[in-house]
Design a protein around this ligand. Structure first.
Ligand SMILES: [Zn+2]
Length: 273
């Protein structure tokens, strides 16, 4: 466990509510032991809305648990739901770990491919490529795979930093954002990184229209490279902001999320950490 992770856990443990208390998901009031058909005494939200069973999971989480729907359908409908109806979709996420790794891997590798494609010439028609033969195509494929993996690893690092960040932020605000819930929010929000690829394509297309502006600034960098670099930076920033915005919406819906109940827990109020 990293130093930062231990610090996040230490701050977390200092807060008053335990990781296993049943909380009102709207205000964080402890509702363990109260009649499950009533309302939260603090904010009036019906208690059934806060019970772990109300978090039925995204289609991807359902697929991991039950095997249906099929992988592509589950990924497509989960991504669509997150982008189209972020608040209710985050509100329905299960607060446990299954599905995090596979979901994150798919989103980050897909974002990596989209980012890698223009740098390996895959999306541009290159007449010289045809004459390079099989070894040329293999080399191109190898560079696509290598750049995809590097891009995905960078995105994974940024996602991990975000996950640590939201747990720090939550602990300081006395929210109970469990580790599993934080990872599920980040995994579901990581579909936002997909926006970076097409924006980079647009940036490169725009840059290619600046073919004439090759005059140098102080003999170091050309105007074209400077504008191109700025456009690519902005394009990646758009992907990052989409991800950040989804994480923000997710944390709002999951800051007091109740993890699934443990089978046979005392009083039915014991929930998984
Ligand atoms: Zn409440």
């Amino acid at each position: 466990m990293s130093k930062d992770q231990s610090r996040a856990d230490a701050i977390f443990e200092r807060t008053s509510m335990s990781q296993t208390d049943l909380l009102c998901e709207s205000c964080g009031y402890v509702i363990s032991g109260l009649p499950e058909s009533g309302n939260c005494p603090e904010c009036g939200t019906p208690i059934p809305e806060s019970l772990p069973e109300s978090r039925v999971g995204s289609p991807w989480q359902a697929r991991i648990r039950t095997g249906t729907p099929a992988a592509l359908g589950a990924w497509l409908s989960t991504s669509w739901n997150i982008l189209r109806h972020p608040a209710p979709t985050f509100r329905s996420l299960r607060a446990d770990m299954p599905g995090v790794r596979s979901h994150l891997s798919i989103n980050l590798l897909a974002s990596g491919v989209l980012l890698a494609m223009p740098w390996t010439g895959v999306w541009l028609y290159d007449p010289a490529r045809g004459s390079r033969g099989v070894s040329g195509v293999l080399l191109q494929l190898a560079s696509l795979v290598a750049i995809t993996i590097v891009a995905a690893l960078i995105l994974l690092f940024l996602t991990w930093v975000e996950c640590l960040g939201i747990r720090f932020f939550a602990a300081r605000r006395s929210w109970r954002l469990t580790r599993a819930m934080a990872w599920q929010v980040c995994a579901h929000a990581s579909v936002g990184w997909l926006a970076a690829g097409p924006c980079v394509w647009g940036a490169l297309l725009l840059t290619s229209t600046l073919a004439g502006s090759t005059q140098m600034i102080a003999g170091i960098v050309s105007v074209r490279d400077l504008i191109g670099g700025g456009l690519i930076f902005t394009a990646v920033l758009i992907g990052m902001l989409t991800f950040e915005m989804l994480v923000y919406l997710g944390v709002r819906q999951c800051r007091f999320a109740n993890p699934p109940r443990l089978a046979g827990g005392p009083g039915g109020d014991t929930i998984a950490p």
